[in-house]
Design a protein around this ligand. Structure first.
Ligand code: GLN
Length: 483
């Protein structure tokens, strides 16, 4: 039975009493214990998850029907509020902070019968691409512990990769779910901006942030998405569009269709040649299966990373101003003589280097005199991109792209050069700038032996089409690999 291949198989096994929730939780706790060196969990809710499993088992014995996520073992990135539990954003600033309410996504998971097994390590305040910015040490990639798992949701990705839980929730502001999914060889979905409530998600850049899902198969992604998506009185940016039954919609997906890729993205000099050639071979395979795959042009690809970092640091500098040593978490100790001293010492000791860099950058681009040159310009780029994507999705059901220009790099390899680290986000930030859903699918293997993904994007709120395409592509990749 273990590792459990899919939620629906797990539920069949529960139904035939071949397995219990308690045995399942015991299994995952053992895997977590065996992999402590990967530094995935900041805290494991051991007793609590066993108690919840026992209660769910008892409910089954008493004849209660299975809830949609009955006994599903979920890990959560340490930026999601789970009432009565610590939530630190992997920062000293919030090290001892205890959540006073449940994030809406967490509440929905619990209402659907899920078991939350622990909170997962990540980059501090979700800022990073390698999980090396955590105040509690880096996470390591299960395939090769000398390599990074990606970031910022690195712990959540490795937990699924190494079989420490069935699915994880992460957050994706500029790729933090898709990029680690790519590096770890699993699926990572960032839904449309506004599909899932952000209430109870610690904010990084509010007009970009979205909760995302890590899983090993597309059906599990669909099941979790249909549970956590939907309108919420606590987040006015959530859409009130009805939530389709994604797991049912998966069946009978279209076998043909019009797909596009951005010529300049595939020709970009930063793209690893082996990744480029795998993608082109896959496009040929798609064509032989009846899909139309066209190249489309987009000239301003090199503007998108700067636009993303101008806008997100601006939003971050505002969102993080609340951590002042008065209202939340850490306060610098000692006899401080003025509020200025309190703020300065608290913020320079409570925040790590990367978070400080981004707050400074954000304040800079928002300051009088620079606002028009940076912030306004970046907003204009965002608008141009949104229009361009709207046009693409009028004609095409999916846009195909690499997820990351190169596979997982070694720990320490990029820490001295923040710009190099930022440039690796070239393919993922697009979906956040325009609000579209995007997914990374683990279709390929690099000559180095490392996995990497194909990124697929679709029109806003068209997760159905995105999931159907994903399902088909995963099958085709299996076929093309001779499976
Ligand atoms: N790597 C990107 C950044 O550092 C994305 C982070 C994220 O999606 N949270 O901003």
């Amino acid at each position: 039975m273990f590792p459990i291949s899919a939620i629906k198989d797990y539920h069949s096994a529960l139904q035939s009493a071949a397995i219990s929730c308690t045995e399942t939780v015991q299994h995952y706790l053992a895997v977590i214990r065996d992999n402590k060196h990967l530094n995935v969990f900041l805290e494991v809710f051991e007793d609590e998850s066993l108690a919840r499993a026992a209660a769910l088992d008892l409910a089954r014995k008493n004849g209660e029907p299975l809830a949609p996520l009955h006994g599903v073992v979920v890990g959560i990135k340490d930026v999601l509020c789970y009432q009565g539990h610590r939530v630190s954003a992997a920062s000293h600033m919030l090290e001892d902070y205890v959540a006073i309410y449940n994030a809406t996504a967490i509440q929905k998971l619990l209402d659907a019968g899920a078991i939350i097994i622990g909170r997962q390590n990540c980059d501090e305040f979700a800022m990073g691409s390698s999980n090396e910015n955590s105040a509690f040490g880096p996470v390591r990639n299960f395939i090769d512990p000398t390599r990074v798992p990606g970031g910022s949701s690195g712990g959540s990705a490795v937990a699924v990769q190494a079989g420490m839980c069935m699915v994880s929730l992460g957050s994706d502001t500029g790729g933090s779910v898709r990029q680690p999914a790519d590096f770890c060889g699993i699926i990572g979905l960032k839904p449309t901006y506004g599909r899932i409530s952000r209430y109870g998600l610690i904010a990084y850049a509010s007009s970009f942030d979205q909760i995302g899902i890590f899983a090993r198969n597309i059906n599990d992604v669909a099941l979790v998405l249909e549970v956590i998506a939907g309108t919420d009185e606590f987040d006015s940016t959530v859409s009130d569009l009805p939530v389709p039954s994604y797991s049912h919609e998966l069946m009978g997906g279209a076998r043909t269709g019009k797909l596009a890729y951005i010529r300049q993205a595939l020709e970009h000099p930063s793209l690893d040649p082996a990744i480029r050639s795998s993608l082109f071979s896959f496009f040929d395979l798609l064509r032989s299966e009846g899909y139309q795959v066209d190249a489309v042009d987009m000239e301003w690809l090199d503007e998108i990373v700067p636009a993303y970092y101008v806008l997100t640091t601006a939003e971050a500098s505002s969102n993080l101003s609340r951590y002042d040593g008065v209202r939340y978490g850490f306060r610098a100790p000692g006899d401080l003589t003025s509020p200025g001293e309190l703020y300065t010492l608290t913020r320079s000791r409570g925040f790590g280097k990367e978070v400080q860099r981004r707050i400074l950058l954000g304040n800079f681009v928002l300051s009088a005199g620079y606002f028009d040159a940076y912030f306004t310009k970046a907003q204009q780029v965002r608008r141009l991109l949104s229009d361009a994507f709207q046009d693409i999705f009028l004609n095409y059901s999916g846009l195909l792209m690499p997820t990351v220009p190169s596979p997982a790099f070694r720990l320490g390899e990029k820490t001295t050069d923040p710009i190099e680290m930022y440039l690796g986000d070239i393919y993922t930030v697009l979906a956040n700038l325009v609000g579209s859903p995007a997914i990374s699918l683990p279709l390929f293997q690099h000559p180095s032996g490392l996995p990497f993904g194909l990124q697929v994007m679709s029109a806003r709120f068209n997760e159905v089409s995105l999931l159907r395409l994903s399902d088909r592509f995963l099958q085709l990749a299996g076929k093309s690999a001779g499976a």
